[in-house]
Design a binder for this molecule. Structure first.
Ligand code: FAD
Ligand code: DLZ
Ligand code: SF4
Length: 508
């Protein structure tokens, strides 16, 4: 008689319909979930991320047990080092015949599973394609085939057509594919921001929080403020809250930088979709439904659907299309050491200290903070690409390499030979001032470029343009900026560059 298979479920695969679980035979197979040091410490993960995943895993294991599955659960304090070691132990314990696992979201783990695991385990290891995404690897490769440029916008249109989201009579709803131009209003305290729910006091989560505090004393993350949902039902309730209370303003203030709120009108669902507690199509369809019922504007609904159906799928497509070579790219040759204040938020640049503080404390920052505040600074200062990517992978609750790397290396740091962005997302302090209210609280002035009161982003911006003048001069989308810089008085240019060097010495 067969002893059955091992169904291994990783922390970000907590979906009942994921491919390995779909193959599980009740009463025959053994399901394994394992909290292991290797996964919990390959970067200095935010404690919110570890607590969220461990608690969600424990809840998921309970759910599987109540559905009748045989579940082996390894806790972090059992001291099993790696997922491979956990699999070896469980295969041996039950005499299991093969390992079935849904493909992981990081190349390093996929590579190990495909090339080392079977030999060490002495049983076959079958890695099944992750079908929880809306574009498969083959779909993306087919779309990318023969294209000189892989622009998100064209991929997104295909996806809208394929899933018939916001499509009326074969054409984009409202006549336009993209309402991005209506999603850029700066924050001037226009309206109250609805408060988010209070921290959860579920006993499994409380126990996990105590464990994480004991095992990861040096990691970032203030767990006294833990407020994340850890089951699919609770994640759905969080998403429904967003649709009812925040979606209507999501589009308008999508790019706003707000001194008083880390969350603004954002959905705060990336950690749930990425871990498998919410499904991407389901959230897009709910948002479309809200628009059709008149509960939000078309620009809000389209803005949201573009992020999930467009950006999220596109970013994943780029990762798997170009890895492992993608990770070695550093096309602007950025190598400056990451400043220590990335780990304690101790900088007098207000926009950065707010964005980094909340990133460390909560494991969350919204897109414009990640891209145009922290990422923009790292880009302008030429911070080391690998160190910056590792920082992003560590601090955010939603971070896995498939989504973190193209967003950081490609979008924010313009380090991937312009695959993702056709021009760098570089901006001076004036952009940050326009988008929000941090500058009022800052000791620097966004109107000044040189001198002790000058906003550091300003001189760094021009230094960045000057440093890459030849390359940017060949980019038609940079023509205006490059032309402006070239037209400036040489003495003025020299003074700005000299000041920028001084800024780098002091702030970076
Ligand atoms: P909302 O603003 O409410 O957007 C809705 C959803 O759209 C998100 O939940 C997310 O699922 C999706 N989405 C939006 N933009 C992107 C994008 N560029 N890529 C992928 N999905 C997107 N997102 C991650 O999930 N993990 C990461 O590690 C990550 N790292 C990033 C690093 C940098 C430098 C940048 C610029 C962006 C990164 N993003 C990452 C994308 C984006 O910033 C987050 O998905 C978003 O801020 C999560 O907050 P939210 O759920 O409130 O999103
Ligand atoms: C991120 C993470 C952490 C912190 N801990 C675990 C763990 O203990 N067990 C596990 O199965 N997965 C963990 N993960 C998620 C994995 O790192 C993730 O599956 C891979 O990075 C691939 O996306
Ligand atoms: Fe940031 Fe410059 Fe504004 Fe200060 S003045 S908050 S450093 S943009």
């Amino acid at each position: 008689m067969s002893n059955g298979n091992l169904i291994l479920i990783l922390a970000d695969q907590l979906t009942l319909t994921q491919p390995a679980l779909k193959r599980a035979q009740l009463g025959v197979d053994t399901i394994l979930l394992a909290e292991v040091a290797e996964e919990a410490s390959y970067v200095r993960h935010n404690r919110h991320k570890i607590a969220f995943l461990f608690s969600a895993m424990r809840h998921f294991a309970e759910k599987l047990r109540s559905a009748g599955y045989r579940v082996e659960y390894i806790r972090i304090d059992e001291g099993i080092d790696s997922l491979l070691a956990a699999a070896i132990k469980t295969v041996a314990k039950h005499g299991l015949e093969q390992v079935l696992v849904c493909e992981p979201g990081e190349y390093r783990l996929l590579d190990a599973m495909q090339n080392q695991w079977s030999e060490t385990l002495r049983v076959p290891v079958t890695v099944l394609e992750d079908d929880r995404f809306l574009a498969s690897h083959a779909d993306f490769a087919e779309w990318a085939k023969g294209k000189k440029q892989l622009r998100m916008e064209f991929f997104y249109r295909k996806m809208r057509e394929r899933y018939q989201l916001l499509i009326d009579d074969g054409a984009p709803a409202g006549g336009k594919w993209n309402y991005d131009s209506e999603n850029r209003v700066g924050w001037r305290n226009q309206k109250p921001i609805p408060p988010r729910s209070q921290p959860t006091d579920d006993p499994i989560t409380q126990e996990v929080i105590a464990t994480v505090e004991a095992h990861f004393p040096d990691n970032p993350g203030d767990l006294s403020q833990f407020r994340l949902a850890v089951t699919a039902d609770a994640a759905k309730a969080e998403f429904d809250w967003f649709v009812t209370h925040a979606l209507a303003d999501f589009g308008t203030y999508q790019d706003a930088l707000v001194e008083e709120s880390p969350w603004v009108f954002h959905s705060l669902i990336s950690m749930y979709i990425n871990a498998g507690l919410l499904e991407p199509l389901e959230v897009c369809e709910s948002v479309e439904k809200a628009w059709r019922k008149g509960e939000c504007s078309l620009s809000a609904a389209e803005g949201f659907i573009r992020q999930v159906l467009g950006w999220r799928e596109y970013i994943r497509g780029i990762y798997w299309l170009l890895m492992p070579e993608y990770k070695t790219r550093n096309s602007l040759n950025a190598k400056r050491e990451l400043p220590s204040w990335f780990w304690d938020s101790n900088t007098d640049m207000r926009c950065l200290s707010r964005a980094i503080e909340q990133s460390l404390d909560h494991g969350y920052a919204h897109h414009i903070q990640r891209l145009m505040v922290i990422g923009n600074f790292a880009l302008l200062a030429g911070l080391d690409v690998e160190q910056v990517c590792d920082w992003y992978l560590a601090v955010y609750v939603d971070a896995y390499e498939w989504v973190e790397l193209p967003n950081t290396l490609g979008m924010a740091l313009y380090g991937d030979n312009a695959v993702i962005a056709s021009k760098p997302y570089a901006a001076s302090g004036k952009y940050i001032q326009k988008q929000g209210n941090h500058c009022k609280q800052c000791r620097y002035k966004p109107a000044l470029t040189t001198g002790p009161e000058a906003c550091p982003f300003n001189s760094l911006y021009w230094r960045f343009i000057d440093k890459h003048l030849d390359a940017f001069g060949r980019n038609p989308r940079m023509g205006l900026v490059v032309g402006n810089w070239r037209k400036r008085d040489p003495d003025e240019r020299e003074a700005i560059l000299k000041w920028a060097d001084q800024v780098l010495e002091t702030v970076a």
